[in-house]
Design a protein around this ligand. Structure first.
Ligand code: FES
Ligand code: FES
Length: 164
């Protein structure tokens, strides 16, 4: 067992974890942050994407001990109280989800994507950047629409692309 200490959604958390414990399981089982989903456990689906030190990471591809000392943001950390993050609001407005299973990972990937493209995004870029996120319901069309809309809303804004 090793001690794992992280900043998660703005709070310092710590706990003991087996060395083989994946970050996604630490978040879900030790911290109860079940918004981060497990779709495959093999780095294929993107349901488990979180931000680690400001970058989108598949949390099933990282050990909890590797993440120790890092700052992590999960889907639970995006909204500001009752105010949805602009990417969450765009998914809602543009019907970017059906069953919702892929949605946390899609939104965490999208917020990272938008923060790396403050000049705005085009459809081809969004589709290329979503290659690591699988949705079994939507056909992607409304997801892409939602991300393009959020990118437009957030263009030039420094404030809410992601929370540290
Ligand atoms: Fe991590 Fe599928 S659960 S990529
Ligand atoms: Fe169902 Fe994407 S909304 S898997």
């Amino acid at each position: 067992m090793s001690d794992v200490s992280l900043m998660v959604n703005g709070k310092r958390v710590s706990g003991a974890a087996e060395d083989r414990t994946l970050l996604v399981h630490f978040l879900r089982e030790n911290l109860g942050l079940t918004g981060t989903h497990v779709g495959c456990d093999t780095s294929q689906c993107g349901a488990c994407v979180v931000h680690v030190d400001g970058k989108a990471v598949k949390s099933c591809s990282m050990l909890a001990v590797q993440a120790s000392g890092s700052t992590v943001v999960t889907i639970e950390g995006l909204a500001n109280g009752a105010d949805l993050h602009p990417v969450q609001a765009a998914f809602k407005e543009h019907h970017g989800l059906q069953c919702g299973f892929c949605t946390p990972g899609m939104i965490m990937t999208a917020t990272d994507m938008i923060s790396r493209h403050p000049e705005g995004l085009d459809e081809a870029t969004v589709r290329a950047e979503l290659e690591g996120n699988i949705c079994r319901c939507t056909g992607y069309h409304n997801i892409v629409k939602a991300i393009l809309a959020a990118s437009k809303t957030m263009k030039g804004s420094k404030g809410r692309a992601k929370q540290a």
